[in-house]
Design a protein around this ligand. Sequence first.
Ligand SMILES: Nc1ncnc2c1ncn2[C@@H]1O[C@H](COP(=O)(O)OP(=O)(O)O)[C@@H](O)[C@H]1O
Ligand SMILES: [Mg+2]
Length: 342
Amino acid sequence: MSSRLLTLHTFASVKGGVGKSTLAIACAKLLAAPRDAGRHPVLIDCDQTGTSLADGLRLLPPVLARSPDGAPVLEAPPTGEHHRPSPDEPERPAWRAAFSGRGRARQPFDPPFLNDVMHQSVDSEGTLRVDAMLWRHEQDDGVRYLPSSPLDTDLADALRWIEGEHDGWGEWAQRLAWGIDRLIRHDSAVTDVILDLPPGVWGIGHEVHALANTLAHGHSLPAGYPEGWNTDELRWRVNPFLVTSPDRQALLSALDYLGFCLRPVPGFRGLRPLVNRTTEAPEHIRRRARLLSGDLRAQLGLDELLVLVSEMETTLGRVFLDGDLGVDEKVLELRGVLRLVP
Ligand SMILES: Nc1ncnc2c1ncn2[C@@H]1O[C@H](COP(=O)(O)OP(=O)(O)O)[C@@H](O)[C@H]1O
Ligand SMILES: [Mg+2]
């Protein structure tokens, strides 16, 4: 019997604004681009602090099935349809305008966000149809998206997760894992799950790295996580990145975190530091990283791990200006950098 192989790509950072979302989008689009390659990526926007991919990209929410009284039903299979903006609609997406009043309760799950998945308690019955909650891009790019909610009615609630207690195996990653499990069980086409993580590595980011590390080593997940991950039927490969800008304080804090990862979780070498938006010669940046990492360098295997992505003003630099990412030769080269080719 052939085993199903899934890949978990993750983009974390110590600082905000270093390019996690941009690189996660590039990763998803590059995987989906040769349609005949058979990769079906789902990009999950895990930053629940208000900057949603649903605002940054021109995404269309799915049309959900409804009960006779008109309420959206999250346990129903996908309708296959997405809401299309009408030609005379203003720039502000219709779904956002409909829910913009402070404190106004939105109909839950309409439009659906990651927040709605995280709200469900651990769903071991598998009733939640995360596959029906996925958005797509206006230019159908083959990627399916699950944005976080930017609506003020959801923000206060989301802060609960951010302020929670996190010790490496927290409730957030556990709930996310159940959401992913629901998705892949109902949709056998999914091959890649890409996580665009919130800034900061000491909470949610670290929980996800601990999860990735466990999967990478083929260890079984702790109790309370979905069963059957890393069995003969289902295998996970992981591709985690720690994104940083080239400047000293960002690089140093990223290297500190990498060093920290070596201590409590021996063998956690899979997390790749990615220096984004470089404008200097690669050798200068590598040298800076070597000097800043000091004694850690050999332990981290930094020379092999460190990957560089240059400043790309007209493509990566325009993603949230145009609401889409243009793919040129330089962006295509990211296939190798982001380890998307076998
Ligand atoms: N390699 C790059 N070249 C040029 N601009 C970039 C590059 N990577 C990211 N950007 C730009 O940097 C800004 C912040 O990126 P973003 O992905 O939102 O960061 P984060 O998700 O880490 O907060 C965006 O305007 C994006 O277009
Ligand atoms: Mg972001």
